[in-house]
Design a protein around this ligand. Structure first.
Ligand code: ADP
Length: 186
């Protein structure tokens, strides 16, 4: 499924984010920035050591106590097709009463802000926080799309945003959410 927001295209596809050829892919990292399971593990495995080395330097120079939830940092893409990886930390879902929605929206918005600052025009997102971090898919998908759409309406420069969903169920949830948020009919 594809939608237009301002001058930008927003795409929803099923796939592996490590295969994407967008200028940047976004990693659902944890505060350590030292890799982990899920999409984080897949990105570091395919991107190679260079990404971890850059993450170590970022930790040492800027975030000695770890990257706070909702913030984002950028490294090269190492051996990936994407030139850059933007690492952001989504919230762990603890029932919804601890500011999770705002933090999840910030993870998307700060990733896009960093993309713009680095002249990135095309970017792929995974479904941040809906794996190990336990955010319910129906809510997370709406927050993700709203945050991206709001950013695209307020900022020019990003040409394409891809949501790369790992399962059919995830793709269906995002497409359903997009119809509600964007009032699309196909
Ligand atoms: P979080 O800790 O933010 O919840 P996870 O990596 O556990 O992050 O899960 C986030 C989402 O990423 C899940 O929907 C998971 O299925 C998906 N995912 C895992 N590997 C990949 C991949 N290679 N490409 C795209 N999405 C992936």
């Amino acid at each position: 499924m594809e939608a237009k927001v301002g001058k930008a295209r927003v795409l929803f596809i099923r796939g592996d984010i490590t295969d994407q050829e967008t200028d940047a892919i976004v990693n659902a990292a944890n505060p350590s920035l030292m890799g982990g399971g899920g999409v984080d593990g897949a990105i570091h495995r395919r991107g190679g050591e260079a990404i971890l080395e850059e993450c170590k330097r970022i930790r040492a120079s800027k975030w000695p106590n770890g990257l706070p939830t909702g913030e984002a940092v950028i490294t090269s893409g190492g051996k990936l097709k994407a030139k850059h990886v933007i690492h952001t930390v989504g919230p762990v879902f603890r029932g919804g009463g601890r500011g999770e929605a705002g933090l999840l929206a910030r993870a998307y918005a700060n990733s896009l802000k960093l993309a713009l600052e680095n002249k990135i025009k095309t970017i792929s997102f995974p479904s941040i926080s809906t794996g190990a971090y336990g955010y319910p898919l129906e809510e997370a998908s709406k927050i993700a799309i709203r945050s991206v759409v709001e950013f695209l309406r307020q900022n020019e420069g990003i040409e394409e945003v891809r949501f790369v969903l790992f399962s059919d169920r995830d793709l269906r949830a995002y497409e359903e959410a997009a119809k509600q948020v964007l009032r699309l009919d196909s």
